[in-house]
Unconditional design. Structure first.
Length: 397
């Protein structure tokens, strides 16, 4: 009997060890290609090589145009020399360089090119634009990425999937499709046909170009998106939130590193007008009565067709399943319902966030950007905030 029990014990230990190795190897959040320095550098080197080749060809075309000039004047000769110097600089950009060194080299190369003297040679402007595509916005921190991978495995993988493509593990259908961090499901319509473009797009972004600011991702992780299955993880430390954001960004590594541009400070450093801030603090919207009266007709004219009459609990809203620019797992465009501001929570409810949503729109959805004067946007924000608070009060009992 003792021998039998000993054998059973040995088998159990062996099984436990085997299972532990299995779970270590298949740890949640482990991308099939792995997120490590070597894999990402290989992708980046290929990206850089293709960009440098394109710039090199554009410099050749500019040289050809200059060669057609009837007079080989000093200006033309000087530009040819500068273009060759630019070519030399550009070839250095094939390497994976630190952010400061990389961007300084681009800045020095741009300084070699004329600002307007040869505007009739379109290749000059093309070279500038292509150089901008190699400017680094984000320098990944691989230590943070590895820390974030572990957190992602236990907090995010069930909805966003191991590959970060928004294919959930959960058997039930989520009310709102999880975000695809890879860009594999994003599409545009060309001649009425769906064309995948691989673009990484986040709905709530303070960036005018590129996926989103890292701060946008951190805010969503911390506070979630009320009214959706995306919870807030306020229990995570700030360092854990940063690590998780870093990992999320690595799914679309190249687009985050090179596709972003420094944001408009006026949009990032927003501050609500004093009267609106005081009204929200004291719950006294008489302080912004003038703004509310100005915002009402604009909302009714431009927003009500989708969002409905929020003074009447959102009735008459166009509650259609409007099309987004993401494909679901069934290969069909994911639908979205316009938010009812009277009865539903704001996904991003701070007045500054509502301002940015109006100004920049919600990327990948039918919600457009509105290029309005700041005061008019604040009037609209005041109106929406007022009606939302009013409805909440009336229905709180």
């Amino acid at each position: 009997m003792r021998v039998f029990l000993a054998v059973i014990a040995v088998i159990c230990v062996a099984l436990a060890v085997s299972l532990s190795f299995f779970f270590i190897k298949s740890a949640p959040g482990m991308h099939s290609e792995g997120f490590n320095n070597d894999v990402l550098k290989t992708k980046e080197i290929g990206f850089r090589a293709a960009k440098v080749e394109e710039i090199d060809s554009t410099i050749d075309a500019a040289m050809t145009e200059l060669g057609k000039a009837k007079t080989e004047g000093e200006k033309i000769q000087d530009l040819k020399e500068k273009l060759e110097e630019a070519r030399s600089n550009v070839n250095k950009l094939k390497q994976v360089l630190p952010k400061d060194e990389n961007n300084r080299l681009i800045e020095d190369t741009l300084a070699l090119l004329p600002s307007g003297s040869y505007s009739d040679i379109p290749q000059i402007e093309n070279i500038k634009n292509l150089l901008g595509g190699l400017e680094i916005y984000w320098e990944p921190d691989f230590k943070l990425i590895e820390e974030g991978r572990t957190i992602y495995g236990y907090r995010c993988v069930s909805c966003h999937g191991e590959e970060g493509n928004g294919h959930p593990r959960t058997p039930e259908k989520l009310a709102v499709a999880p975000r695809d961090f890879t860009g594999e499901s994003h599409f545009i319509r060309s001649d009425g046909k769906i064309v995948k473009d691989g673009k990484v797009v986040f709905k709530f972004s303070s960036a005018q170009q590129g996926p989103a600011l890292k701060e946008d991702i951190e805010d969503t992780i911390k506070n979630g998106l009320p009214g959706t299955p995306m919870p807030g993880f306020a229990g995570l430390t700030q360092e854990e939130i940063k690590a998780l954001a870093e990992y999320v960004m690595s799914f679309g590594y190249l687009q985050w590193k090179f596709g972003m541009k420094e944001p408009d400070p006026a949009l990032v450093n927003l501050k609500a007008p004093d009267d609106l801030a005081e009204a929200l603090k004291t719950d006294d919207f008489r302080l912004v009565e003038d703004r509310i009266q100005k915002g009402r007709p604009f909302f009714q004219a431009a927003c009500g067709v989708c969002h409905g009459d929020i003074e009447n609990s959102g009735k008459n809203a166009r509650r259609l399943n409007l099309e987004t620019n993401w494909l679901g797992q069934d290969g069909k465009p994911i639908g979205i319902l316009p938010r009812n501001f009277a009865t539903e929570p704001f996904k991003k409810g701070a007045p500054e966030q509502i301002y940015r949503t109006i100004r920049l729109g919600i990327k990948g959805t039918p919600m457009p950007a509105f290029s309005l004067p700041p005061d008019q946007i604040w009037d609209l924000v005041s109106y929406v905030e007022f009606l939302h608070e009013k409805y909440q009060k009336e229905n709180s009992s």
